[in-house]
Design a protein around this ligand. Structure first.
Ligand SMILES: N[C@@H](CCC(=O)N[C@@H](CS)C(=O)NCC(=O)O)C(=O)O
Ligand code: FES
Length: 112
């Protein structure tokens, strides 16, 4: 069973922020290479994003896996929807799909 308080917290976060990255560590100090890679991709796209450090909250770490049905971190959410983890985000950036997705969803980006 997913903890309802955790679900509420996730839904608030992904509703109030266009781009949310659930990650290990912070955007300034990532604590895993997979999370660092997605931070880097996002900074290349120029979109503003909220980083949430799941290492600080074991309940959130577990709850997110159940909520998203995705077993690992990082997890990137855009406009309330899970896009994927490191592999997917990197591939989508390289093919240009990530930039298209952000543009289609109306997420402002400084760099094209
Ligand atoms: N292939 C994955 C790599 C991410 C990954 O394997 N993450 C692991 C190690 S950081 C993880 O989150 N394990 C579950 C956990 O630590 O709770 C991706 O594309 O995102
Ligand atoms: S923390 Fe070890 S691979 Fe991410």
């Amino acid at each position: 069973m997913v903890d309802q308080n955790v679900v509420e917290r996730i839904e608030q976060d992904i509703k109030n922020n266009d781009v949310v990255l659930y990650m290990k560590g912070t955007p300034v100090f990532p604590q895993c290479g997979f999370s660092a890679a997605v931070v880097q991709v996002l900074s290349h796209t120029g979109v503003k994003f909220k980083g949430v450090n799941i290492l600080e909250d074991p309940g959130l770490r577990q709850g997110l896996k159940e909520y998203s049905n995705w077993p690992t971190f990082p997890q990137l959410y855009v406009k309330g929807e899970l896009v994927g983890g490191c592999d997917i985000v990197r591939e989508m950036y390289e093919s240009g799909e990530l930039q298209t997705l952000m543009a289609d969803k109306g997420v402002a980006s400084a760099a094209a």
